[in-house]
Design a protein around this ligand. Structure first.
Ligand code: JB2
Length: 210
């Protein structure tokens, strides 16, 4: 089945591994991608989709493409994703919300624009996820969780009920956050970390946070 595409021309910004994973979701949704923007001028196509320019071309490409999505991944530094998101907004692109058909997003949850919810992720009732986030494969965002803008909740992470995550925070694969805990903005939580207590803005935590 082809979903109704509510815009003409979709660009993906960043043509690496994360982009290829997003392309898999878009193909399941039967949504066309019309071009990739990547700063690597040696990259000519991604899974058959042409690279049509670099970031310098983004404002001009708006004449041809209505919508765009940031598909640069994010491990330790949110800056590229955040800057490109702002450039896209300032250039007047539509930033769609993309939800894998293999994910479950509660009817009572909110997921904001430019965010991708990847295969097998769960976003439960009354959860709220901000703009330009990656909710990666098999992440669990439980009821009443709030995730800010520009966050990457990585593969298999568990955010239990009522957890708050500030803007631009990265939470690595398989991390588990106790219910009700608040994690500040611009934090880096390493892969597999168990978080039992609140974390202040800008902290990097790896291992076990008692
Ligand atoms: O500022 C940029 C920019 N920075 C890197 N603008 C544009 N337009 N493109 C940029 N890129 C491009 O993103 C690189 O040239 C490269 O093609 C791509 C990054 O690819 P890579 O495969 O190294 O990483 P990724 O960001 O797609 O994926 C990371 O994050 C995902 C969430 C990986 O760590 C994955 O394993 C992870 N699943």
């Amino acid at each position: 089945m082809k979903y109704l595409q509510p815009y003409h021309g979709l660009l993906l910004i960043g043509g690496g591994g994360h982009c290829r994973a997003v392309l898999d979701i878009l193909s399941m949704l039967a949504l066309n991608v019309d071009g990739i923007v990547d700063n690597d001028t040696d990259l000519h196509d991604v899974l058959g989709i042409p690279v049509v320019g670099t970031d310098n071309d983004i404002p001009n490409l708006r004449k041809k493409y209505d919508a765009a999505l940031v598909t640069i991944g994010q491990i330790k530094n949110p800056n590229s994703r955040r800057n490109i998101y702002r450039l896209l907004k300032n250039s007047d692109y539509i930033l769609p919300t993309i939800i894998s058909p293999l994910a479950h997003v509660s009817h009572y949850a909110i997921v904001d624009s430019g965010t991708v919810v990847m295969h097998m992720a769960l976003i439960n009732s009354k959860a709220c996820v901000g703009k330009n986030c990656i909710i990666n494969s098999r992440a669990i965002i439980e009821h009443d969780v709030i995730v800010g803008n520009h966050c990457h909740i990585s593969t298999g992470t568990i955010l239990n009920g009522g957890v708050h995550v500030g803007d631009s925070t990265f939470i690595g694969s398989g991390a588990i956050v106790r219910e009700g805990v608040s994690i500040g903005k611009e934090c880096i939580i390493g892969m597999g970390t168990i978080i039992k207590h609140d974390v202040s803005d800008g902290c990097m935590i790896v291992g076990y946070h008692e």
